[in-house]
Design a binder for this molecule. Structure first.
Ligand code: TYC
Length: 125
């Protein structure tokens, strides 16, 4: 390889290893960096928080749960509550596992404090 080309090659390789640009000329190194980037940025699996209907929890309580825990505006909270009431279950929100799990626990804790049997379960998306 001519000396000049070799120098350019070295220079490009160093750029690949140290910077975040997308130069694709040096496959192995670029592939390694992209793999690391993907590990950092890959989206986590999501879980649906599903509210279950029952005969005892007041409708207003469920609407409040949807507003306070799932941050739904009043009209949407009412719509979801009625959907659950009529269909037996419905999606309250979709989140990464730990957030979804915490919401389920919070919902059931608040329900238990008020002695309502409201249940909320997780389902993988
Ligand atoms: N079915 C309840 C009632 O008639 C209301 C209700 C709605 C309960 C949604 C739970 O997840 C639920 N009071």
């Amino acid at each position: 390889m001519p000396k000049q080309a070799q120098l350019e090659n070295e220079e490009a390789r160093r750029r690949d290893e140290t910077s975040g640009n997308g130069d694709e000329r040096y496959g192995e190194i670029v592939t390694e960096r992209r793999t690391k980037e993907q590990t950092r940025t890959k989206k986590p699996p999501l879980y649906k928080c599903i509210l279950l209907n029952d005969d005892y929890t007041p409708m207003e309580f469920v609407v409040e749960i949807l507003k306070q825990i799932f941050h739904k505006p009043h009209a949407e909270a009412t719509r979801i509550m009625l959907h659950v009431h009529q269909n037996g279950m419905g999606v309250a929100g979709i989140y990464p596992y730990e957030i979804a799990e915490t919401k389920v626990r919070t919902v059931e804790e608040l329900a238990r404090e008020s002695q309502y049997p409201l249940k909320c379960v997780l389902e993988k998306e």
